[in-house]
Design a protein around this ligand. Sequence first.
Ligand code: AMP
Ligand code: MG
Length: 489
Amino acid sequence: MSIWNRVEVTTRFSELPSAFYTLVQPQPLTTPHWVIWNEDLAAEFGLPPEPNQELLSTFSGQEVPDVCVPLAMKYAGHQFGMYNPDLGDGRGLLYGELRTLHGQYYDLHLKGAGLTPYSRMGDGRAVLRSSIREYLCSEAMAGLGIATTRALALVGSDTPVRRETMETGAMLARVAQTHIRFGHFEHFFYTNQMTELALLADTVIDWYYPQCRGAEAPYAQMFTHIVERTAHMIADWQAVGFAHGVMNTDNMSILGDTFDYGPFAFMEDYEPGFICNHSDYQGRYRFDQQPSIGLWNLTALARALSPLIEHSELERILSTYEKTMQRRYSVVMRSKLGLKHSHEQDSQLFDDLFQLMAANHTDYTRFLRQLSCIDIEGVQPILDLVIDREQAKNWVERYLVRCAQDDGGTTSDDELQRRCEFMRTKNPKYILRNYLAHIAIEKAEQGDYSDVETLAYLLAHPFEEHSGYEEYASLPPQWGKELEVSCSS
Ligand code: AMP
Ligand code: MG
């Protein structure tokens, strides 16, 4: 019996009117092979721990399971501020929704599955390099507890794909609560398909926000949730130092999941103006712009929802974004510093820390992790991360006074230890540094996937020590800081 008859799959998106999608069969990869199989995620759907031939033929596009109905979704979106009506799944197909053992549905999407009516000038393919980056980063974000799409499987092949150089094609099995983006709403709005716009909103409510169904104004309620989730997602990015790189409205999930990993990067040296996408010449999506771009994107969505929600309501809901984002950010940052109570001078303490790190080109992740190890390793290794040690010493002293205040006057050894143990669950030791991904990709391109496996494991458990793997937590070498990641994927 087929594996696909033993798990539960629905294809409800394919039951929507044809204006929502085009049915498309995948174009298989040649001589496919496994790169990595996400055993833990597979288990959630009742899929086997070891991938087999049948799964390989599914995830390389060779055979479509009887229970799936592959389709390319139609959407549009604002790319770098400009409206593009011609978007849609140009190289990925939605296969259906998989049910977890707990009864929740997740889209199964095969990225790199060949040409669709929305491929425009593209070839419908995804290369191994970018697919490894997406696999590792989505699992890293999940490990960090940040809302994200997931990666179930990655298949490599001999299929030649031209980018800046010749590369090979891959397919990534992406799993997400939804693949519906802001751009889905924009498409129906800008093409004046009002019945479909309302049906899309009703569908989103039925499937993902059923709590809005009984509300007085269900659409406004839905938009409120989208604003809140987007604000939370972006606050979480800022707190961990994640730069997305391509925050176009077609890459914004209506559930506030981090979506579509391209030229993303985790910030290393703390730098608010960090631009990870080397094709982003204007710096539209630079690190410190992400919160305001989140609002810009939500405003674009609001416009698309304007036939369904009163203008003043939309304005009111949008106006909650900044506070929600700030509140979440403060809560997360305070927890990263191990502070239980808020204090009016905290924002000064945070600002001075950021200023210290920016002036000294300090590695954001390492600094906070080292601060979380002050109970075991003391102050010196923290100071060693900063060029101006006096300035660092001064800040750490103020921080310890602030901690003592949090502890009611003085900090006992027990309290220090408890605080640090807690902080080590909030400040990751392992992040996906560009140079680590680069090394793993170079090996993978030679057929050695061991580093992909190792990184996938470490990043899924980024707060643990993993003795013996310290090199994966070390500072990047100079060449690793200078890597340029292009948009090509
Ligand atoms: P992205 O920048 O990856 O979010 O992609 C933007 C749009 O371009 C989406 O509609 C993609 O489906 C499409 N696209 C990206 N790469 C390709 C490709 N190689 N072939 C066809 N379509 C693509
Ligand atoms: Mg995209």
